[in-house]
Design a protein around this ligand. Structure first.
Ligand SMILES: [Mg+2]
Length: 246
């Protein structure tokens, strides 16, 4: 007799199913170049600008969480700080422009063009065929995450099991998972801090697929030594090594 235990997979979105980090890096680069050109600074100033932005953006998580205004606001504050340091005046128009450069990271076109990462569609398709349960759990700005998920057609695999949350603490995982048998539940994500550790604390298993993360995620992110976690280099390994997921 062949008894199949259905598995549940809870997927992260940003940098697990679709790129995010690289767009932020592109926009930061654009901002630094704009500032340098505007104030005729040496190109060597770029590193300083970027360093300021990273620190300010991470600090702003306390005030704005993962809402849309945080990242562009970090550009405004960085702009003010740099102007102060080099002794230049700034006006409202400059600040507005800095904000708009930051906000352009949310331009729908990026996410339409970028689509899903390699192997994602094939992996999700495979899991649907296996009749496993798929859940999408992403933290961030409600509207922005909705837009990203919409333009990459994720509803096709996740149906109504799409959750956009302000954080991924284990109590949210409990709520979503309910009283299912925990050994058969896998959290899949690229962040040790936001995906892997909360999953392990909630008593479910985790598949860690590393990719670049920003400062907020990379602080205190040592890989836990836990037998409920495995590390894959690429998402397609979920399909290729499916039978080893027990
Ligand atoms: Mg992620």
């Amino acid at each position: 007799m062949n008894i199949k235990m259905d598995k549940t997979f809870i997927f992260d979105y940003d940098d697990t199913l679709a790129e995010a980090h690289k767009y932020y890096e592109e926009v930061k680069d654009e901002f630094a170049n704009w500032l340098i050109k505007k104030h005729k600074l040496k190109i060597s100033f770029k590193e300083k600008i970027l360093e300021h932005e990273v620190g300010i953006d991470k600090e702003l998580v306390k005030r704005y969480g993962f809402s849309r205004i945080r990242f562009p606001t970090s550009f405004v504050l960085t702009y003010k700080e740099i102007c102060k340091q080099i002794g230049r005046e700034y006006d409202k128009k400059d600040l507005k422009e800095a904000y708009m450069i930051g906000d352009s990271v949310f331009d729908e076109k990026r996410y339409i063009e970028g689509g899903l990462m390699d192997g994602v569609a094939e992996t999700l398709e495979f899991l649907v065929e296996k009749e496993d349960k798929l859940i999408l759990l992403t933290k961030g700005d409600q509207e922005i995450q909705e837009m990203k998920i919409r333009v990459t057609n994720c509803k096709k695999w996740f149906g109504n099991e799409i959750y956009i949350v302000p954080d991924k603490k284990e109590k949210r995982i409990y709520k979503i998972v309910g009283d299912k048998y925990k050994n058969e539940i896998w959290m899949v994500g690229n962040s040790i801090k936001s995906d892997i550790n909360p999953a392990l604390r909630a008593g479910i298993s985790a598949i860690y697929i590393p990719s670049k993360v920003w400062k907020y995620e990379s602080d205190n992110n040592e890989l836990p030594d836990n037998h409920n976690m495995i590390k894959f280099d690429r998402i397609i390994e979920i399909k290729d090594k499916y039978d080893s997921l027990v």
